[in-house]
Design a protein around this ligand. Structure first.
Ligand code: 5GP
Length: 178
């Protein structure tokens, strides 16, 4: 796939992402004050958001990573989810906040939440930067949502187009050539 010269238009600016990330961090600061918090980032897409979000948090927290298979270089959901990188931390009786880039069909998050709940955490909550609510195939909602967006393929700020463009500072809608 030649990913040069693709078209996009900015959907969410760098400034709006920064402002909303600060707001989300203030909420999480307040809600998890005094709790043993571990952020679990679902790779790869959420790594950019995690890096900015955790630096806005003022409460103590740990970070760990999990990786699931996702779209595998296409722009529509395969519906197949599997863990490709497991946790290193013990989450037994700890407060888990799953950090996601985007919830689309909800299949990934549903799977990750069930998987983590097998490890007996004190609680599991979900933080997602983007929520494509209209695309949901399973009933799952995040506890903290950055932006609700339409059912469009987006890239940038950690989200890829065939593994490229994760480094864009903003979120853009992919414009299909046809
Ligand atoms: P779900 O299982 O909710 O359908 O999809 C979740 C995963 O699919 C996300 O973590 C992300 O990796 C990928 N994904 C969903 N929508 C988009 C999108 O619009 N753009 C990109 N780049 N990835 C997406």
């Amino acid at each position: 796939m030649d990913t040069h010269d693709i078209s996009w238009q900015v959907m969410i600016s760098e400034e709006d992402i920064q402002r909303r990330t600060r707001e989300l961090a203030r909420m999480v600061d307040a809600d998890f004050q005094g709790k043993d918090l571990i952020l679990i980032c679902n790779l790869k897409g959420a790594f950019v958001f995690l890096a900015d979000f955790c630096r806005e948090l003022t409460i103590l927290h740990e970070i760990d990573f999990i990786a699931t298979s996702s779209y595998k270089g296409t722009t529509s959901s395969s519906g197949v989810v599997r863990i490709v990188k497991d946790l290193k931390s013990d989450i037994n009786e700890r407060h888990v906040l799953i950090v996601e880039d985007i919830v689309d069909s909800g299949l990934t998050l549903d799977y990750v939440r069930r998987y983590l709940s097998l490890h007996n955490p004190a609680s599991i909550q979900i933080l997602t930067l983007l929520d494509k609510r209209e695309a949901r195939k399973v009933a799952i909602e995040a506890d903290y949502v950055g932006f609700v967006i339409p059912d469009k393929f987006v890239l940038g700020y950690g989200l890829d187009f065939f593994e490229h463009y994760r480094n864009l500072r903003f979120i853009a809608e992919y414009i299909s050539p046809e």
